[in-house]
Write a protein of this length. Structure first.
Length: 271
Protein backbone atom coordinates (compact mmCIF):
# COMPACT_ATOMS: atom_id res chain seq x y z
CA UNK A 1 0.00 0.00 0.00
CA UNK A 2 1.34 3.42 -0.95
CA UNK A 3 1.73 5.93 1.90
CA UNK A 4 0.25 9.33 1.23
CA UNK A 5 2.46 12.15 2.46
CA UNK A 6 0.86 15.49 3.16
CA UNK A 7 2.80 18.68 2.49
CA UNK A 8 4.17 20.07 5.75
CA UNK A 9 1.85 23.08 5.61
CA UNK A 10 -1.19 20.83 5.17
CA UNK A 11 -0.03 18.61 8.01
CA UNK A 12 0.35 21.60 10.32
CA UNK A 13 -3.11 22.83 9.34
CA UNK A 14 -4.57 19.40 10.08
CA UNK A 15 -2.95 19.30 13.50
CA UNK A 16 -4.09 22.85 14.24
CA UNK A 17 -7.69 22.11 13.29
CA UNK A 18 -8.09 18.69 14.91
CA UNK A 19 -10.64 18.48 17.72
CA UNK A 20 -8.97 19.36 21.00
CA UNK A 21 -9.64 18.30 24.57
CA UNK A 22 -10.54 21.44 26.51
CA UNK A 23 -10.90 21.49 30.29
CA UNK A 24 -13.03 24.36 31.58
CA UNK A 25 -12.86 24.89 35.35
CA UNK A 26 -15.73 26.80 36.93
CA UNK A 27 -18.10 25.91 34.10
CA UNK A 28 -21.37 25.74 36.04
CA UNK A 29 -22.37 29.38 35.58
CA UNK A 30 -21.29 32.87 34.56
CA UNK A 31 -18.13 33.30 32.50
CA UNK A 32 -17.20 29.61 32.68
CA UNK A 33 -20.58 28.49 31.40
CA UNK A 34 -20.41 31.02 28.56
CA UNK A 35 -16.94 29.73 27.61
CA UNK A 36 -18.14 26.12 27.69
CA UNK A 37 -21.18 26.83 25.53
CA UNK A 38 -19.17 28.90 23.04
CA UNK A 39 -16.47 26.26 22.63
CA UNK A 40 -19.13 23.55 22.64
CA UNK A 41 -20.48 24.85 19.34
CA UNK A 42 -17.42 23.42 17.58
CA UNK A 43 -16.05 19.90 17.37
CA UNK A 44 -13.88 19.97 20.49
CA UNK A 45 -14.19 17.51 23.35
CA UNK A 46 -14.89 19.24 26.65
CA UNK A 47 -14.44 18.36 30.29
CA UNK A 48 -16.36 20.75 32.53
CA UNK A 49 -15.41 20.99 36.19
CA UNK A 50 -17.08 22.78 39.10
CA UNK A 51 -18.24 22.28 42.67
CA UNK A 52 -21.88 22.53 41.51
CA UNK A 53 -21.87 19.16 39.76
CA UNK A 54 -25.57 19.04 38.88
CA UNK A 55 -25.49 22.46 37.21
CA UNK A 56 -22.33 21.51 35.35
CA UNK A 57 -23.88 18.24 34.22
CA UNK A 58 -26.81 20.22 32.83
CA UNK A 59 -24.43 22.30 30.72
CA UNK A 60 -22.68 19.14 29.51
CA UNK A 61 -26.00 17.55 28.54
CA UNK A 62 -26.95 20.66 26.58
CA UNK A 63 -23.65 20.53 24.66
CA UNK A 64 -23.90 16.78 24.07
CA UNK A 65 -22.51 14.02 26.25
CA UNK A 66 -20.85 12.21 23.36
CA UNK A 67 -18.15 14.91 23.42
CA UNK A 68 -18.69 16.70 26.74
CA UNK A 69 -18.44 15.38 30.29
CA UNK A 70 -18.90 16.94 33.72
CA UNK A 71 -16.60 16.24 36.68
CA UNK A 72 -16.64 17.38 40.27
CA UNK A 73 -13.93 19.95 40.97
CA UNK A 74 -13.21 21.80 44.20
CA UNK A 75 -10.02 23.86 44.01
CA UNK A 76 -9.84 23.93 47.81
CA UNK A 77 -9.40 20.14 47.81
CA UNK A 78 -6.18 18.70 46.34
CA UNK A 79 -7.73 15.24 46.00
CA UNK A 80 -10.59 16.72 44.00
CA UNK A 81 -8.11 18.42 41.66
CA UNK A 82 -6.19 15.17 41.16
CA UNK A 83 -9.37 13.17 40.54
CA UNK A 84 -10.76 15.71 38.07
CA UNK A 85 -7.66 15.61 35.87
CA UNK A 86 -7.50 11.80 36.03
CA UNK A 87 -11.18 11.61 35.02
CA UNK A 88 -10.62 14.08 32.18
CA UNK A 89 -7.59 12.29 30.75
CA UNK A 90 -9.16 8.84 31.18
CA UNK A 91 -12.18 9.88 29.11
CA UNK A 92 -10.78 12.16 26.40
CA UNK A 93 -6.99 11.80 26.68
CA UNK A 94 -4.47 14.52 27.63
CA UNK A 95 -5.80 18.05 28.04
CA UNK A 96 -4.89 20.27 25.09
CA UNK A 97 -6.35 23.45 26.59
CA UNK A 98 -6.99 24.46 30.19
CA UNK A 99 -9.37 27.32 30.93
CA UNK A 100 -8.97 28.06 34.64
CA UNK A 101 -11.98 30.16 35.55
CA UNK A 102 -12.84 29.01 39.07
CA UNK A 103 -12.75 31.65 41.76
CA UNK A 104 -14.43 33.04 44.87
CA UNK A 105 -14.58 36.42 46.58
CA UNK A 106 -15.23 37.51 50.14
CA UNK A 107 -14.88 40.62 52.26
CA UNK A 108 -11.41 40.70 53.83
CA UNK A 109 -11.12 44.13 55.49
CA UNK A 110 -7.84 45.10 57.14
CA UNK A 111 -9.45 45.49 60.57
CA UNK A 112 -11.02 42.02 60.68
CA UNK A 113 -8.59 40.07 62.86
CA UNK A 114 -11.14 37.45 63.89
CA UNK A 115 -10.56 33.76 63.27
CA UNK A 116 -13.44 33.84 60.78
CA UNK A 117 -11.84 36.75 58.92
CA UNK A 118 -8.52 34.93 58.70
CA UNK A 119 -10.28 31.78 57.51
CA UNK A 120 -12.00 33.77 54.74
CA UNK A 121 -8.65 35.23 53.65
CA UNK A 122 -7.04 31.78 53.51
CA UNK A 123 -9.98 30.30 51.60
CA UNK A 124 -9.86 32.94 48.85
CA UNK A 125 -6.10 32.47 48.42
CA UNK A 126 -6.43 28.70 48.53
CA UNK A 127 -9.05 28.56 45.76
CA UNK A 128 -8.07 31.46 43.51
CA UNK A 129 -4.30 31.02 43.69
CA UNK A 130 -3.09 27.73 45.16
CA UNK A 131 -5.80 25.48 43.74
CA UNK A 132 -5.65 27.17 40.34
CA UNK A 133 -1.89 26.65 40.19
CA UNK A 134 -2.14 22.99 41.22
CA UNK A 135 -4.78 22.42 38.53
CA UNK A 136 -2.54 24.02 35.90
CA UNK A 137 0.43 21.92 37.07
CA UNK A 138 -1.47 18.68 36.56
CA UNK A 139 -3.16 19.70 33.31
CA UNK A 140 0.16 20.65 31.69
CA UNK A 141 2.00 17.53 32.88
CA UNK A 142 0.76 15.53 29.87
CA UNK A 143 -0.42 18.43 27.71
CA UNK A 144 0.65 18.00 24.05
CA UNK A 145 2.94 20.52 22.43
CA UNK A 146 1.35 23.81 21.37
CA UNK A 147 -1.31 23.65 24.05
CA UNK A 148 -2.94 26.58 25.78
CA UNK A 149 -3.45 27.61 29.40
CA UNK A 150 -5.81 30.54 29.94
CA UNK A 151 -6.61 31.86 33.40
CA UNK A 152 -9.59 34.11 33.95
CA UNK A 153 -8.32 36.82 36.27
CA UNK A 154 -9.70 40.28 36.97
CA UNK A 155 -8.87 43.94 36.53
CA UNK A 156 -8.24 43.71 40.27
CA UNK A 157 -5.02 42.03 39.23
CA UNK A 158 -4.03 45.53 38.06
CA UNK A 159 -5.15 47.74 40.97
CA UNK A 160 -6.57 47.48 44.48
CA UNK A 161 -9.90 48.23 46.11
CA UNK A 162 -10.88 48.38 49.79
CA UNK A 163 -11.91 45.32 51.76
CA UNK A 164 -10.75 42.87 49.09
CA UNK A 165 -7.11 42.23 49.99
CA UNK A 166 -7.32 38.45 49.51
CA UNK A 167 -9.08 38.62 46.15
CA UNK A 168 -6.83 41.40 44.86
CA UNK A 169 -3.72 39.58 46.04
CA UNK A 170 -4.82 36.34 44.39
CA UNK A 171 -5.45 38.03 41.05
CA UNK A 172 -2.13 39.91 41.13
CA UNK A 173 -0.38 36.62 41.92
CA UNK A 174 -2.03 34.82 38.99
CA UNK A 175 -0.34 37.26 36.62
CA UNK A 176 3.01 36.36 38.19
CA UNK A 177 2.28 32.65 37.78
CA UNK A 178 1.34 33.23 34.14
CA UNK A 179 4.64 34.95 33.44
CA UNK A 180 6.65 32.17 35.09
CA UNK A 181 4.69 29.36 33.46
CA UNK A 182 5.04 31.02 30.05
CA UNK A 183 8.82 30.75 30.38
CA UNK A 184 8.75 27.18 31.69
CA UNK A 185 6.39 25.84 29.03
CA UNK A 186 7.64 27.80 26.03
CA UNK A 187 9.95 24.99 24.91
CA UNK A 188 6.84 22.84 24.37
CA UNK A 189 5.04 25.60 22.50
CA UNK A 190 2.43 25.97 25.26
CA UNK A 191 1.05 29.51 25.51
CA UNK A 192 0.00 30.79 28.93
CA UNK A 193 -2.09 33.94 29.41
CA UNK A 194 -4.62 35.52 31.74
CA UNK A 195 -7.71 37.46 30.71
CA UNK A 196 -8.59 40.24 33.17
CA UNK A 197 -12.25 41.25 32.85
CA UNK A 198 -13.81 44.24 34.56
CA UNK A 199 -17.42 44.14 35.75
CA UNK A 200 -19.02 41.17 33.96
CA UNK A 201 -22.79 40.68 33.99
CA UNK A 202 -22.76 37.59 36.23
CA UNK A 203 -24.28 36.65 39.55
CA UNK A 204 -20.87 36.95 41.23
CA UNK A 205 -20.56 40.58 40.09
CA UNK A 206 -24.08 41.44 41.18
CA UNK A 207 -23.44 39.82 44.55
CA UNK A 208 -20.33 42.00 44.90
CA UNK A 209 -22.30 45.13 44.15
CA UNK A 210 -24.98 44.02 46.61
CA UNK A 211 -22.34 43.76 49.36
CA UNK A 212 -21.19 47.31 48.58
CA UNK A 213 -24.79 48.54 48.67
CA UNK A 214 -25.43 46.85 52.03
CA UNK A 215 -22.25 48.30 53.54
CA UNK A 216 -22.78 51.85 52.25
CA UNK A 217 -26.56 52.10 52.58
CA UNK A 218 -26.94 52.88 48.88
CA UNK A 219 -29.28 51.19 46.45
CA UNK A 220 -28.00 48.53 44.10
CA UNK A 221 -28.77 50.85 41.18
CA UNK A 222 -26.70 53.64 42.73
CA UNK A 223 -23.75 51.32 43.31
CA UNK A 224 -23.88 50.00 39.76
CA UNK A 225 -24.03 53.51 38.30
CA UNK A 226 -21.07 54.63 40.45
CA UNK A 227 -18.94 51.60 39.57
CA UNK A 228 -19.60 51.83 35.85
CA UNK A 229 -18.95 55.59 35.86
CA UNK A 230 -15.28 54.85 36.60
CA UNK A 231 -14.76 53.37 33.12
CA UNK A 232 -15.05 55.14 29.73
CA UNK A 233 -17.48 52.56 28.33
CA UNK A 234 -20.12 52.71 31.01
CA UNK A 235 -21.53 49.24 30.72
CA UNK A 236 -21.01 45.74 32.01
CA UNK A 237 -19.18 43.15 29.96
CA UNK A 238 -21.16 40.19 28.66
CA UNK A 239 -19.85 36.73 29.60
CA UNK A 240 -20.01 35.84 25.90
CA UNK A 241 -17.55 38.66 25.15
CA UNK A 242 -14.99 37.07 27.46
CA UNK A 243 -15.69 33.70 25.81
CA UNK A 244 -15.10 35.24 22.38
CA UNK A 245 -11.65 36.39 23.44
CA UNK A 246 -10.85 32.92 24.78
CA UNK A 247 -11.85 31.57 21.39
CA UNK A 248 -9.51 34.04 19.71
CA UNK A 249 -6.57 32.95 21.88
CA UNK A 250 -7.20 29.33 20.92
CA UNK A 251 -6.98 30.13 17.22
CA UNK A 252 -4.10 31.21 14.97
CA UNK A 253 -4.31 34.75 16.33
CA UNK A 254 -3.20 33.44 19.73
CA UNK A 255 -0.03 31.81 18.43
CA UNK A 256 2.34 34.74 19.18
CA UNK A 257 0.76 35.60 22.54
CA UNK A 258 2.11 34.25 25.83
CA UNK A 259 2.88 35.53 29.31
CA UNK A 260 0.32 38.30 28.95
CA UNK A 261 -2.37 39.84 31.10
CA UNK A 262 -5.10 40.85 28.66
CA UNK A 263 -7.55 43.41 29.99
CA UNK A 264 -11.19 43.35 28.87
CA UNK A 265 -12.38 46.19 31.03
CA UNK A 266 -14.37 48.74 29.03
CA UNK A 267 -11.40 51.06 29.57
CA UNK A 268 -11.09 50.86 33.35
CA UNK A 269 -7.46 49.79 32.82
CA UNK A 270 -5.27 51.50 30.25
CA UNK A 271 -1.61 50.44 30.04
Amino acid sequence: MQTVKLPQSALLDALQNRPKHIFVAGASRGIGEAIARTLGEGTHRLTLGARSYNRTLGVAIDIGQERCQAVRLDLADENSIDEAIVAAESHFGPVDVLICNSGINADTPIDDVSSQGRARFRQVIEVNLTGSYFLAQLATLHMPNNGRVIFIGSVLGRFGVPRSSAYVASKHAILGIVRSMAHELASRGIRVNVINPGWVDTQMAHDGMARIALRTGKTLQQVQAEQLSMQPLRRMIKPEEVAAYVQFLLGPGGDPITGQGIDISCGSVMV
